[in-house]
Write a protein that binds this ligand. Sequence first.
Ligand SMILES: Cc1cc2nc3c(=O)[nH]c(=O)nc-3n(C[C@H](O)[C@H](O)[C@H](O)COP(=O)(O)O)c2cc1C
Length: 240
Amino acid sequence: MNLEDTIYRRQSIRSYDSTPLDNQTLDEIREFIDNAKELNPNIRWSYEILPTEDISTMMRWKSPHYIAIFSQEKENYYQNIGFIFQQADLFLQSKGIGSCWIGMGNPKNYENPDKNQKPIIIMSIGKSKGDLYRERNQFKRKDLDAISDKSDERLIPAQFAPSSSNTQPWYFTHNDEGAYDLYRIKRGVIRNKMFGKWNRIDTGIALAHLYVANRDSFKFYRKDNPKELKGHFYDGSFEI
Ligand SMILES: Cc1cc2nc3c(=O)[nH]c(=O)nc-3n(C[C@H](O)[C@H](O)[C@H](O)COP(=O)(O)O)c2cc1C
């Protein structure tokens, strides 16, 4: 399956065969990630594929490998990580490998050689014990009309994007330049503590789906003086 079709079939996998993936497959995954598109090339980031024993998670389930993701903390770094590694999530699932973003986990016994990069998030990977794919009607997502100022089928790839606790914090408006502005829903103090940083990753994930579905035309930019939208943060603009 190609990456775009995978948008409409993928799901988070939380039950894994404990057998490790073979080295050739791991190398293919690394090659894909090393060539993924960045949202912000100004930010240094890196990753390491680690075995179960080098990860601590709050999850009751385990996978044979985890991608531990690191980044410099500057500009839109959470969003950049979401953008890069959602391409990886689609690649993995397109190749029949299960994956799940895990906010509640950290690498242990591993030090990033670049002291300026901090652990951001991890992703479980491995062979799924159950079905890898689901049908389009099995996705639980907000209606298209609820995520945009005008109903627009071009936003469907973003509508299907995964997000932390399925919060789907994105809202799209059509701007005066014939492009789109992306906003992120503001949370109350308590929910912001929990979801604040993950929701920044989430909007990067939604942008990754829009990029994969519009590879040739996708262009991301940030405005210095974006329109304010009540109850939302501005997270950037894009053409598709
Ligand atoms: C930033 C982020 C963090 C997440 N953290 C966790 C987690 O800690 N544990 C977990 O089981 N799932 C986690 N998820 C998976 C989401 O719960 C899942 O993507 C969402 O419910 C939508 O389901 P789907 O991926 O099957 O489409 C996370 C997803 C994202 C994008």
